[in-house]
Design a protein around this ligand. Sequence first.
Ligand code: ADP
Length: 496
Amino acid sequence: MNSPVPGLSSRAAEFVRRTHGLFIGGAFVPAADGRTFPTYDPSTGAHLADAPYAGPADVDAAVAAARSALDGPWGALPALGRSRLLVRLAELLEEHAAELAEIEALDGGKPVAMNEAMDLPAAIEHFRYYAGWPTKIEGETIPVHLPDTLCYTRKEPVGVCAQIIPWNYPLMMAAWKLAPALAAGCTVVLKPAEQTPLSALRLAELVREAGFPPGTVNVLTGDGETGRALVRHEGVAKIAFTGSTQVGREIAAGAGERLQRVTLELGGKSPNIVLADADIDAAVEGAFSGIYFNSGQTCIAASRLYVHRSRYEEVVGRLAGAAQKAEVGPALDRATRFGPLVSAEQYERVRGYLLGGLAAGATLRAGEVPPAAPDGGFFVRPALFTDVTPGMRIVREEIFGPVLVAAPFDDVEEAVALANDTPYGLAAGVWTRSLGQAHTLAARLRAGMVYLNSWASGDPGAPFGGVKASGIGREMGRANLDAYLETKTVWTSLAF
Ligand code: ADP
């Protein structure tokens, strides 16, 4: 079969062209009312495929399928059975990595080489990591004060989970959500973002091939309304959401009403501090990739840079030079390091911030305001603002694009105050050769994650998440497993 898109392999092309279905109860089915919605290639702006649009009837069906899997074959599977299936899914992802990397590039505009080098391995290792957990989920015996009494705890799956993910790392986010839930023994209804529905549907095929009992994982494509119907469903015991702070607030409020368990991974405006004694080569490289990786469409983007005044011009000059040289290009081109933004809407939003920064009096040291209407793909070049003040919107708000703001500071107290002056608290970074300074600042920065002389390191075992408006709870590691487990305390009288 010839590819509809130059550079696309026949396997990925065949998948993209397929008539896509919602994945409910182990089968791919059209939406109950037959509705679909289009998805586009951000590198060209061209229509790519249509995905089924899940409405309330589909949400009902998916939650019911998840419930019956939990009460049936999945719930009855021993821990080792869950491990085996997670390992099998990791193997299948590995076998299909090249194809998935292409689907991801095509639907979300993420450079294919980046998907192969980072997203796919991260997703695969996430399943492998959590595959080790089911056999280690243990309760405890409690040495209670009552005589002739046995008291112990059981760890039980929370129940049916609604998992809602964004468009910036679709497959990796799906892995981050699915793996701990399945390890804990929960069943899932996963909703990918409307901008990037395809890789989750391909993942669903692999879930089926791996042999998970029907209904264990269900995938509903749709938009915010689909997500809203899903989180409001009374059959949903736990919600895991990654996305905007605004939607996170709405979900948390509703979860509070219904007393559903909830974890939220939300926005950020993460500060990156370069002290006078830093290794400047490393700091410049770290600051550059910290903000421009995935064209700034990363929740932990290092979007605010604070540099000691004695090194400020040097650092900013070098960053501006590197940003000016950065080439943007189509996601399927293996040479592309910086792809397009995900959608016309995101392009317009980032353009608005660039115009707003200039109007507020900031200086654009690198990059440019892109044309009002994109000419084909949604490309925005890496941009760097200087001469910013703390109240500017480009300094306070999450842009989710390749836009860095930089400012100097005179002493460490000022750096800490600037860094913490934000409603968010996802990540923070410090570049210094002083161990003492590094760890003192790690304690003082109000963020869920602090990177010392590095940025965006990660491992499935290391907790990931934020404080303040950046979210509630942690993903990865043991912490995320616990979010999918309830503790039941069992009291036994031994007097009989
Ligand atoms: P962004 O602005 O980056 O697109 P959103 O928070 O709007 O981020 O979207 C993230 C995910 O949440 C997507 O899958 C989207 O469809 C879903 N979503 C949007 N609005 C709601 C809502 N009110 N309730 C549940 N899910 C939603």
